[in-house]
Ligand binder design. Sequence first.
Ligand SMILES: [Fe+2]
Ligand SMILES: [Fe+2]
Length: 204
Amino acid sequence: MSLRLMPRVDACLLFGLRVPTRWEWVAAALADPVATLVDHAHCEMKAATTALMMAARYAHLPSIADAMLALARQEIAHYETVAAELRRRGRHPEPHGADRYAKALRANVRGVEPHRLLDLLLVCSIVEARSCERFGLLAEQTLDHALKDIWSEFATCEAGHHALFVGLAETIAMKADVVARLAALLEVEAHVLGSLPCEARIHG
Ligand SMILES: [Fe+2]
Ligand SMILES: [Fe+2]
């Protein structure tokens, strides 16, 4: 089944997300596509900088560092695509405040290694999964062909990034520990998502 046609509940089942995105969010995001794109650009830049942070922090772990460097390049390319679309509309990416969603999830990352790395990988996997679900919804629902193409392509990419992070987690921890920790963080994510208003922000 193509992601463009994937019902939101199926996307949740695929990634283990505990709650589907509310339709109110889809309506809010599509009602103000420029605001959604401005926030989207920020998300891509944040994904790139997080990947670079991890490449630096775990430079002594080549499998992690190499994967994060490659990921950063892809996220920068995503940022450039979104920035170009904004410029086509006479706008630019803008300085951005704190991402409440990502910040709330990151608050659950434990401070001691190797738990810290495991949690970082799993939090990133969840952010990618939610991004994939939401880009898929936007691609499915928008009537704008340019945005449909961008969001459809990105939904596929973010699904791959989700799999990358889970796969890396399984290289540094026992499978049972990965499954248990991911389940706990998915419960947190559902709570965080439910606490945020439906706004024209990718993770708002
Ligand atoms: Fe991305
Ligand atoms: Fe990504």
